[in-house]
Design a protein around this ligand. Structure first.
Ligand SMILES: [Fe+2]
Length: 274
């Protein structure tokens, strides 16, 4: 790893320990969004700084405090180091911009990547700079058409390298839609399961699967996966929708368990009981 890469990595992924805030009167639950695409011009998220700023403004309006947002641009395992470096520079610019507002309103912004498992196995240490900040948890996805057995093999390869996969949006994968009990198997292996707020809109099979996973306690983390202004975000409105289906689940999925992830903890086996 070059010096410049180390410098960028340290700046993007500061060693941090996320803890519940305390105020007179007790512990305030943090709201933590572990998955969003808000860095401009690096993936299929905002194309411009203006669009990125508008999305950030909506998040600051809708997310209760204290809040932590982790920007996770798409990144392919097969991508070259040069692309990684240029993307990292843009992420640093975004963090610098976003965190100017950090202290006064208890809204922190961190960064990692959403890693597409488009290689059979990551090479040694390849995921070090892609993990969620200060942890061995790495947000992963695979192609929508990938059959279960190949998805399982790729996820197991990540585990074998000593990382903890947090699987993004299983509700979009056909292997999950047809056999949701496979989520339990992944959980037994130590995989975290992350459902997206944007999947909960609408009436299609993705929404049905996402809601079924929440209802049956087969989810660890609820994140926005927001790409553009107007996308569904973590909010009081979403809290009511989720808690109506699984009472008490929202604070777990959008607060307590994401906090465990950022503290690099092992997650409870699914199903969760609230
Ligand atoms: Fe995403």
């Amino acid at each position: 790893m070059t010096d410049i890469t180390i410098l960028i990595t340290v700046a993007i992924f500061p060693s941090n320990s996320i803890q519940s805030s305390t105020r007179s009167g007790g512990i305030i639950q943090q709201l933590i969004d572990l998955h969003c695409h808000i860095v401009p011009g690096v993936d299929d998220g905002p194309a411009t700084w203006e669009e990125s700023t508008q999305l950030l403004r909506q998040m600051k309006e809708q997310m209760t405090r204290p809040a932590v947002l982790v920007a996770t641009p798409h990144f392919r395992l097969s991508t070259s180091g040069r692309v990684f470096s240029s993307q990292s520079k843009r992420i640093l610019e975004f963090l610098s911009f976003a965190n100017r507002l950090r202290i006064e309103d208890e809204f922190s912004v961190l960064a990692a990547r959403e890693v597409m498992l488009d290689r059979w196995r990551p090479s040694a240490n390849a995921l070090d700079v892609l993990c969620l900040p200060g942890t061995s948890w790495v947000l992963v996805e695979h192609s929508f058409s990938m059959p279960w057995i190949f998805a399982l093999l790729r996820i197991r390869a990540v585990l074998k390298q000593g990382y903890r996969p947090l699987l993004a949006h299983p509700e979009r994968y056909s292997w999950c839609r047809t056999r949701p009990e496979r989520i339990g198997r992944l959980s037994e292996l130590g995989v975290g399961i992350q459902v997206c707020a944007k999947s909960l809109s609408g009436t299609g099979v993705t929404a049905e699967t996402a809601w079924r996973l929440i209802e049956t306690g087969m989810v660890h983390v609820l994140s926005s996966d927001a790409h553009h202004p107007g996308d569904k975000l973590l909010s009081e409105e979403l809290k009511h929708e989720v808690d109506r289906v699984a009472p008490g689940a929202y604070n777990l999925l959008a607060g307590k368990i994401p906090e465990m992830v950022l503290n690099n903890c092992e997650l409870p086996k699914l199903p969760l009981t609230t």
